[in-house]
Design a protein around this ligand. Structure first.
Ligand code: DC
Length: 223
């Protein structure tokens, strides 16, 4: 396989970002956070006062955007839209968090984002985290992982990260899980050929070692 992609899918706050970053660093591959790309599109829609629940208009609007890859940090691929790059704090803000599932449910938005992600393979081997990387964006990659953890654990981890109250964070995660899993276009699900890793009670190092071990075995066996 000429283009190596390690797909790391899973629900919000499953630990997949931390793990995917560490796997990319260990392999010296570039790290791509596809959720950040959906958040960037959402942030830009809000900046332009677009109604984020108007699927028809978003579908038409998203085709007019100009996406370019930012290489400020060589290990992490970030995306600018119309030469604008949001702060990471903007992407984590409440307005984006509440609107992103609606925006990510629009099939045209997913098509455009999928094309942007596939175009990144020209940069070299990638670790791409998301919800549909192994099922839709790179269905042919043999390096697929589905990272999960129980809902309590996920809410606890996210509230440590963002400082919010655990019950509130859990409710917000569940709302997004529900939307992400039940949407018509590319719902969150584990690919049939993905290796599922339940990270509840596991340390980051254990999860990373497990994934690196599987990747090494597959690469040694010629995928
Ligand atoms: O991983 P995250 O929480 O940053 O993702 C933000 C949103 O984007 C989340 O609601 C799901 C959506 N998403 C998606 O639909 N497909 C992806 N590949 C990545 C994220």
């Amino acid at each position: 396989m000429s283009k190596i992609v390690v797909a790391v899918d899973g629900p919000s706050a499953s630990g997949k970002s931390t793990v995917a970053r560490a796997v990319a660093q260990a392999l010296d591959y570039r790290y791509v956070d596809s959720g950040a790309l959906y958040r960037t599109v959402t942030w830009y829609a809000l900046q332009q006062d677009r109604a984020t629940n108007d699927a028809g208009r978003l579908a038409e609007w998203v085709h007019r955007l100009s996406f370019s890859l930012s290489t400020t940090d060589p290990g992490v691929v970030r995306v600018q839209i119309d030469d604008r790059l949001p702060d990471l704090a903007d992407l984590r803000g409440d307005a984006v968090v509440e609107a992103v599932s609606d925006v990510a449910a629009v099939p045209e938005v997913r098509r455009v984002v999928g094309d942007v992600l596939r175009d990144m393979t020209r940069l070299g081997p990638l670790v791409v985290e998301g919800r549909d990387i192994g099922t839709v964006v790179f269905p042919k990659t043999p390096l697929k992982f589905f990272v999960d953890a129980d809902p309590e654990e996920r809410a606890r981890r996210r509230s440590i990260e963002t400082g919010g109250d655990v019950a509130r964070v859990k409710a917000s995660l569940q709302r997004r899980d529900q939307k992400d899993s039940s949407r018509h276009s590319a719902p969150l699900r584990c690919a049939a050929d993905a290796i599922r890793v339940d990270t509840t009670g596991m340390t980051v190092e254990q999860v990373v070692d497990r994934i690196l071990g599987c990747v090494a075995t597959k690469l040694t066996n010629g995928l």
